[in-house]
Design a protein around this ligand. Sequence first.
Ligand SMILES: Nc1ncnc2c1ncn2[C@@H]1O[C@H](COP(=O)(O)OP(=O)(O)OP(=O)(O)O)[C@@H](O)[C@H]1O
Ligand SMILES: [Mg+2]
Length: 460
Amino acid sequence: MNPQPSVLVIDDESGILDTLRILLKKEGYEVATAQGGKAGLDAIRGGSPDIVLTDVRMPQFTGLDILQAVKEQDVMTPVILMTAQASLQSAIQAVNAGAFYYLQKPFANDELLAILRRACEFRQIRVENKQLKQEIRKGSGGSPLAGPTRPIGKSRRFLDILKLADVVAPTDSTVLLEGESGTGKEVLAHYIHDASLRNNGPFMSINCGALPETLLESELFGHVKGSFTGAVRDKQGLFAAARGGTFFLDEVGEMPPSLQVKLLRVLQQREVIPVGATEVLPVDVRIIAATNRNLEEEVQRGNFRSDLFYRLNVIAIELPPLRERRDDLILLIDRFLQDLAGEHGEPKALAAEAMDAVMVYKWPGNVRELQNALEHACVMCRGSLIDASHLPERITRRKRDPLVAEKAEPNPTLDLVERAYIMFVLQAEGGNKTRAAEALGIDPSTLYRKLSRYEGTEVK
Ligand SMILES: Nc1ncnc2c1ncn2[C@@H]1O[C@H](COP(=O)(O)OP(=O)(O)OP(=O)(O)O)[C@@H](O)[C@H]1O
Ligand SMILES: [Mg+2]
């Protein structure tokens, strides 16, 4: 976005346009105004404002028409709706259609300016993410100078992980990656390899839980001809094949005890003995291991050798589950929707209700589950806006409630209204609870309490 974000203000009353123009100009925005819906639509088609601020009730074309036109042109542009006749019904409709915020007239200047600042941030993140994506595309021509593709994330915890990965990458230290399934352990292993001095060598991996013991043994360490039935020629093991590069031992917790001893030898002596061989072979690999089990507990249970654990656990990096770093969600969603749109297609966007569902869902399958859910949604959705019905049902089961219940219920209870509004603000804040609490004027702990109450209940 340019240093002076541009705002297009649309209203049918010229007095309001004048007031807002003066206010926003004073705050450093580049302001364009359009009187009425028709002029608004023309202005949108003629330029590309960073943010659109529009009245809802206007003759001929309404704020919702404006909203739709903006989304068709650029889904990243935040649209703020303002209305004097705010009804919950229309607020819900607007948010469902992808509005960034629904502002009730009259409003305080500070309130509007705070929302505009948030809209700028929101747009900035999205635009940066798109640019990053384009740079990665440009750099992905197989050039060794392209540098490692950064795993996506902006949460504090995730950035700390990348920092740690950057520090350990150029060393030859063994790294243990721990985390639930789908949290990105393999992605990070690749990142470390790409950022290491071994990045011209191979990256090889094996899933220790996927092969029967004897096969795993000969895959890892190799064998000599005749060492067992079927060993018709010498076979080089993966430790030898990965020479000069990185070897990724996935699901290391699944390794059978007899092979744990052999692996310990690799780590301690940096050598392997192929099955049936008498000579040792030197090993020149950097080892990265991953597990979604708690290895320390496995050691206590006697399933995993403690000496091996300590050898692997030189540098441990824990990948937190996605539900504990919701700040990363927006970036990941953007990236995946762009990937799904392909090189030249326009990415689909999540409507507010679908976004709500995604924001509060627990994501037990982590990033992989998110990726799959979005793919599912893109297949189900023919238009450009993904709504909740396009998402897999398990994701919307709980979350469908407030807004849908709202539509069906002409006289909603205060509780229901509060709940819908909280979800709305949370969505507008990109899932950031601290900022949402601030916008709602309540203590973050109160918001957490309310959210956990909602997650536990279903509104019929
Ligand atoms: N930070 C991230 N940025 C981009 N994509 C990611 C990120 N984390 C995970 N993914 C994607 O999510 C999927 C799962 O990631 P990955 O295979 O690395 O998980 P894992 O922790 O190894 O899971 P498992 O324990 O089930 O093997 C992959 O398709 C990967 O590309
Ligand atoms: Mg994996």
